[in-house]
Design a protein around this ligand. Structure first.
Ligand SMILES: Cc1cc2nc3c(=O)[nH]c(=O)nc-3n(C[C@H](O)[C@H](O)[C@H](O)COP(=O)(O)OP(=O)(O)OC[C@H]3O[C@@H](n4cnc5c(N)ncnc54)[C@H](O)[C@@H]3O)c2cc1C
Length: 319
């Protein structure tokens, strides 16, 4: 950014308060939320217990009036939640006005088995699949495709398109998938998934806005023109996020640990800090023209609801 001559610090000295105020990023400098509500989607995971089921449904009910474009339900490692994912998706279809998307992975199943799961979704009225390769099962360091299975997500996308005319979303990695040979090959892989029939990419979470915006540029340069939707993770538990980020290749910016320092036993303050961090992130994205957001809700509504509100989302009027 150009510094106005009247406020530039003389002789390259450290900038003064006025100069910092005039040139530094701040909320007041961002535009107000757009008139048009952002396009939202919310991700949930299938609950394991009755108590978690109640927590999930409280979150779904709270977020439903924000009219997301779809809500997605994850598929546990190696298909471990196949029945629970199906039950959750089916209940969303039955009991809400929401459009569900079912996650589906390649791991540990033959093509015929995966196709059967997909067919069952289609017959139940599910029209949107988030197609993924999946991670190796716990204890197995490297991913090995099932001998009769879909090897990679691009193969699954092509297979699903043969089962039924699903809407298909796929995963994208602004900081490159950890097993990719190079950022270029990872981007080629994303392109293959789109060419095979996917019409949306949802990104792994990230915390630096620059990371996502640079990735968008690279996608466009590679000829990827479908929506690339940022995955937003409100950090309700920093210790957990740090651990998970090390595995999935999302970097933790240097400024972040300090923000959550000393809050290990203070979930309430942690949530407030998390709201500020995510609010700044999404508002910067919005100021840069991003109008579609996918939230990793972790089956809790409060942070997602507040951040969606800041983006301009409002509940549908009653009745
Ligand atoms: C939005 C989102 C939702 C997710 N939901 C789930 C879920 O519900 N359940 C779950 O288990 N996991 C989920 N994951 C995690 C995902 O399964 C892992 O990140 C997995 O390791 C990669 O899946 P993918 O679909 O991106 O794989 P792919 O696109 O197949 O890519 C996997 C890796 O293989 C490389 N690759 C691809 N094709 C080839 C090839 N032909 N030769 C060599 N290398 C190749 C890629 O560059 C990449 O490094 C999700 C991730 C995201 C971002």
């Amino acid at each position: 950014m150009d510094i106005p001559p009247s406020t530039a610090a003389p002789g390259g000295a450290a900038p003064g308060t006025l100069q910092r105020w005039l040139t530094g990023p701040r909320f007041a400098g961002l535009p107000a939320p757009a008139e048009a509500a952002p396009r939202l989607s919310f991700e949930f995971f299938p609950p394991r217990t009755e108590a978690l089921e109640q927590q999930l449904w409280a979150a779904i009910r709270r977020l439903e009036p924000l009219r997301p474009r779809f809500v997605s339900v994850t598929y546990g490692a190696g298909g471990s939640t196949q029945e629970r994912t199906h039950a959750t998706v089916a209940r969303i279809l039955r009991e809400t006005a929401l459009t569900p998307a079912a996650h589906l992975t390649c791991v540990g199943a033959s093509r015929a088995e995966v196709d059967a799961v997909a067919r069952r979704y289609w017959e139940a009225g599910v029209r949107h699949i988030v197609a993924l390769r999946g991670d190796p099962p716990a204890g197995q360091a490297r991913y090995e495709p099932h001998p009769e299975g879909y090897a990679f997500a691009a193969d699954l996308v092509a297979g699903l398109a043969r089962v039924a005319p699903f809407e298909i979303s796929v995963a994208a990695y602004p900081e490159t998938h950890p097993a990719a040979l190079s950022p270029e090959q990872d981007l080629d892989n994303l392109k293959r998934k789109i060419d095979a029939g996917a019409t949306r990419a949802i990104t792994q979470y990230f915390f630096d806005t620059d990371v996502f915006l640079r990735f968008l540029d690279r996608c466009l340069a590679a000829g990827i023109t479908v929506p690339v939707v940022p995955g937003i993770l409100p950090v309700s538990n920093f210790a957990q996020v740090r651990k998970f980020s090390a595995m999935c290749g999302a970097s933790i910016p240097a400024w972040m640990p300090r923000l959550f320092e000393g809050l290990e036993e203070d979930p309430e303050t942690r949530r407030m800090v998390a709201a500020v961090v995510a609010a700044e992130q999404v508002r910067l994205l919005q100021a840069n023209g991003v109008d579609e957001f996918h939230f990793y809700t972790l089956n809790r509504a409060d942070l997602t609801y507040a951040i969606a509100h800041l983006l301009g989302a409002r509940p549908a009027p009653a009745g």
